[in-house]
Ligand binder design. Sequence first.
Ligand SMILES: [Cu+2]
Length: 113
Amino acid sequence: MKMAAFKVLVGLGSLAAFAAISLPERAVAAPVVHKILIEKMAFGPSPAGVHVGDTIEWTNRDTFRHSATSADKSFDLDMEPDGTAFVVVRRPGSFQYTCKYHPGMKGELIVEK
Ligand SMILES: [Cu+2]
C-alpha cells in the first residue's frame, strides 16, 4: 500500500516539473484581446503590439449602427449601439478598415507575426 502511494507522488512530481518548464514559453505566446472603442463617429487608436492569434474587439459606444469592414474583405463586422464584435487575427500585415455606413471613419490594424 505504501509503495503504491509513493509511486503516485513521484508521478505528480514529474508532471509539475514539466509544467514549470513549459510555462514561460506559453506566457510569451499567450493571445491578447485588444479593445477598440468606437465613439463620436471615430475608431479609437490602433492598438500596438498586435500579434497573430490575438483578438481585436470593437465596442460601439455611439447611438447608431457602425461596422468595422476591412478593405481586403477579410472581416466585416456589424455593431448595433452598445454592441461588440471581434476578430481573431490570422496573419501578419497592415489592414485598413472603415465603417461601411460612414466611409469617413477609418482605422488601421498593424499585425506582427
Ligand atoms: Cu459608422
